[in-house]
Design a protein around this ligand. Sequence first.
Ligand code: CA
Length: 226
Amino acid sequence: MAHLLLIEDDATIRASLIRALGERGHATSSAPTAMAGLRAAVDERPDLVVLDLGLPDLDGRDMLRMLRAVSDVPVIVATARDEEPEMVGALDAGADDYVVKPYSADQLDARIRAVLRRAGEPKPDTAVTVGGLRIDLRTREATLDGAPLELAPKEFDLLHYLAVRAGEVVAKRELLTEVWRLPYGGADKTVDVHISWLRRKLGETAQEPRYLHTVRGVGVKLAAPE
Ligand code: CA
């Protein structure tokens, strides 16, 4: 039996879905707000989350990003708005599938079963290795010589971006647009500051770099120590 978490602010929809999904063999818990839903997703470790995009406390896409920072649980988003940008935004932010309100319990159930089937398939190894560094995009875990690194989300994204391009000098401008989604012309101190934080966490300094090499006026390179 799958354990579902339903994040939905409408009490009537909540009650009827919990009953309908129960009849279809799913155990469903629920949360009425995004913040309560995030807590439940972490505490209860559900097999799948059904997320209403119209919640009172947080924009659905922000909610998805926060959820993705702490969990890779499959997510089906539900929205009242049959708008393509809304769907594309939700899928980009990490949703696995979506339903448009009003949807039937049978339709939701079919999508739940399809998403759970896909989630159960063995996944290819998504980790990148550079020397003693291992960065797993799927679990968002990074280790150095087997020891876990405590990285903030942007530090992780930066390290991963550089690791898949190991040995190449990556321009700060590219990092700002690709990692921070900032237009060119943004303050490139952002990159410098994050590089210095990463250096500290990797146990190295700008004077004696091991993995992170700054090429003055050009950019940054991640490479395995000699
Ligand atoms: Ca709603």
